[in-house]
Design a protein. Structure first.
Length: 310
């Protein structure tokens, strides 16, 4: 039988630098969220989404000028896949229904480019629905974080619970910060991806903490940092396989999944990278800084009796 030699990398020796790096990331993300905010999709803001196709490549500046002349000054115009496909995001316009609005938009575009524009898709979301979705999504994130805090505190120890929550919030803030900084559309698909990132990050952290608890009870010699590093190295193969597989899948979705899945897959790409990093350098480092010790995770006499072990 071939013995596999485990790596022995000193991850936590870089924890202070990692915390500074994470502090900068979170600071930039929060600043961007406060100043620029999220480029919320129609799911949250309400309004009309119109997709049009041109027979030849078109310039977005010309499209904006045509819409402005037609009375639509506050329209977000962007390429949608190719230079022939254009996506228009129009905020709510009085009592005009989506059918009438789309015809007015099509007429304005045809004035500038006769017989060159084809209407492909029209979607309408009411502003009240958007407001309710925004509130409910915020509550979903809040309750998930509270649930994580309670679950990890009951299963492990409060220092690990704080570390897990800090790592989870780190991943969520960094992911939303990237979307805010580059003003990428933030819709319900992206929100679902952020919640998925929270679950992925927590799962990765729980796997590591399970090994840490096991090693604290099994390895009688060694400092807290040595046992933490040993646990990270022992779970590294699992982390590489899991994170690598997920990363390849979401990259494929980003490249070939189409425009509707681009924001979702991008959020997952950021989350997978951030989640793997935060498990090692944020969750573990936070537990060490809060003073976790062997005594915090050793079995009590009652636990040993419950397991039927001496």
């Amino acid at each position: 039988m071939i013995a596999i030699k485990l790596p022995n990398l000193d991850f936590l020796s870089q924890r202070h630098r990692a915390l500074v790096f994470s502090g900068v990331l979170i600071g930039v993300s929060l600043l961007s969220l406060a100043v620029l905010g999220l480029n919320r999709g129609l799911d949250f803001t309400g309004g009309t989404l119109i997709e049009v196709g041109y027979k030849a490549p078109t310039d977005l500046a010309e499209v904006r000028a045509a819409l402005s002349e037609g009375g639509f000054g506050n329209v977000m115009v962007q390429q949608f896949g190719t230079t022939r496909d254009v996506l228009l995001r129009i905020p709510p316009v009085g009592e005009v229904n989506d059918a009438e609005l789309s015809q007015r938009v099509l007429h304005a575009l045809n004035q500038a480019a006769p017989d060159q524009v084809e209407l492909r898709r029209v979607e309408f979301v009411g502003p009240q629905v958007g407001k309710e979705l925004a509130e409910q999504s915020g509550l979903a994130v809040l309750f998930s974080v509270i649930g994580i805090l309670i679950y990890v505190a009951m299963r492990f120890e409060w220092r690990f619970s704080v570390g897990a929550v800090v790592a989870t919030l780190h991943d969520a803030i960094v992911t939303m910060g990237v979307f805010s900084l580059f003003q990428i559309d933030f819709d319900l698909n992206v929100l679902a991806a952020v919640l998925t990132v929270i679950g992925y990050s927590l799962n990765d952290t729980i796997v590591l903490f399970d090994r840490v608890r096991e090693n604290f009870r099994k390895v009688r010699k060694g400092t807290v940092l040595e046992i933490m590093n040993q646990s990270v190295n022992e779970t590294m193969s699992r982390t590489i396989i899991t994170a690598g597989t997920v990363f390849l899948v979401v990259v494929a979705l980003y490249l070939f999944g189409g425009e509707s899945l681009r924001g979702f897959s991008l959020a997952l790409i950021i989350g997978v990278v951030s989640g793997t990093y935060s498990t090692i350098y944020i969750a573990s480092a936070a537990a060490v800084m809060l003073g976790v010790s062997r005594a915090d995770l050793l079995r009590t006499p009652k636990e040993a009796e419950a397991d039927g072990r001496p």
